[in-house]
Write a protein that binds this ligand. Sequence first.
Ligand code: FES
Length: 608
Amino acid sequence: MKIRIRVLPTGRDLELKAGANLRTSLIEAGIALDSPCGGQGTCLKCKVQVSGISHKFTELEEEKLTAEELHNGWRLACQTTVEEAGEVCLPEMEVSRAKASFSLLGEEISVQPNACRKHFELSEPVIGDQRADWDRLAEYLEISEPAPVEAELPLLREISERLREWNFRGEAVMVGDTVTALDPPESAEGVLGLALDIGTTTLAAGLVDLETGKVVAIDAELNPQIAFGADVISRIVYTRDSREKREELQRELIKGLNRLLLRVCRLAGRERERIFEATVVGNTTMLHSLLGLDALHIALAPYVGVLNQSLSIPAGELGLQIHPRGRVHILPAIASFVGADTVAVILAARLYQTSVPKLAVDIGTNGEVVLATRDKILTASTAAGPAFEGGRIKFGMRAIKGAISSFQATPSFSYTVIGSSMPRGICGSGLMELVAELFRAGVIDRKGRMLLSSETGSSLAAGLAQRVRVQGEGREFVIFKDKETEITLTQQDVRELQLAKGAIRAGIELLVKEANIKTTDIQEVLLAGVFGNYINREKAVMLGLLPQFPLEKIHFIGNGAMDGALRALINLEERRRADEISGRVHHVELSGRPDFEETFLRCLELGA
Ligand code: FES
């Protein structure tokens, strides 16, 4: 028997089999549901609110969810069996942050795309001029082209009819040297391009009118692969030894990209078949996944993937639903953990031509650090872990409704919650602010140890530390408590944050050392990435995530990776520059350095 359920907030209806698992059904329907434990019932990230659908709670749900949550229809999707019709409401995804966070940086760039249209007016064939239709068009176009033009078979199959229909006049849509489509003369259809940034957590798309260079729509959504693991390593582990699983992840990713590209087209009121080229950036594992490549050796020493070079392929080979003969250009990566997204940041922030030392940091599960000086560009990747995205934190969650996102310890303890709702957990920026504030107030010491009231050295700290309690073997700070709910920061959460902070800071220290400069020589610090744009600069310095830079030297650059992808789409020269950058960058493998461990241990200290 089929049961109809409605998925909110999208309003999409699904026909599901009675007895089906809700999490599996949602994922099979291409709906991204955060479930990093893969349905084991341990991560508690697959919480959804249902009405109807199922009335029986599992023991695990009764144990893990509060009575209030159960009363309000909250369920763990992985534990829920579809029994009757109803509605399931997914947590509101805060993709608007990702959406809003990119804009073309700096100076205007000239519009010289790889995909463009060329007007043609051919002489009609006569007995004295029997050149074939394609030869006639190719000769015409080659007058203004540096290289011979080419055509694919489907175009040759339609060319004779089109030329005669339009009296041998028209517009040739060129992608590189290939005539990809023919338009009627003076057609107003235009040529579109698509820039894609494939993040481990978020997919972002920018639709560009390639005749004007204007971005006409942007959007973002969660990467549907989240259902298979929160970070790249768990996805690599999932696909290990199984071509089927690799293909499964690739399919999910491409489905997500196709949904996203349809949405940007709808937003702009344009047809997806008018997209003739896409540029893609992302971390190296995501690019491998897009191409269906085996990423196993990215995760195993000596960390070597299948390819880091740029690649241009037909969109049809990937199943990306742009024009059927459109092309996809993937920007080059640098190393297994420093991908095309970092090349794009270097490109967008013009780090390849700086005359003074500049630092760029992309803070995420895998934090990438770039140090550019007049004569070299150094990169490193740091295994920061998922703490900044709420991972491995007892009440960690993404920056969505209900997440505590900022804290103030003085003059009185207060916090803000995204969506002004009841707090449900702490997002990455909230975690960082809380630890920074408690550190400043003296409730957490330099080693990261949470202090009891009797161990603190001031009345302010003692007052705040009354919220610290001993729980089993460890301590925890109570942030919020009412009859049904409590949210705490545990000693282990502080350790996780120290690991993330220590990894990124050690990356910065070691690149500075490698470049043979001092931290004080750095003239500008650029924070990239969605998370990077929401951290509090002052608290990042206070914690020691960043060295003691004057705050005016620290700037947010939005989604620099998307900016780079847009640049490479709009201007062919920028695309060539991206290839040069990837060849020029010197990647520093931190784990191979003898001073890594000592630096990392030192950087674990708060405020250091
Ligand atoms: S608890 Fe992890 S997927 Fe449900």
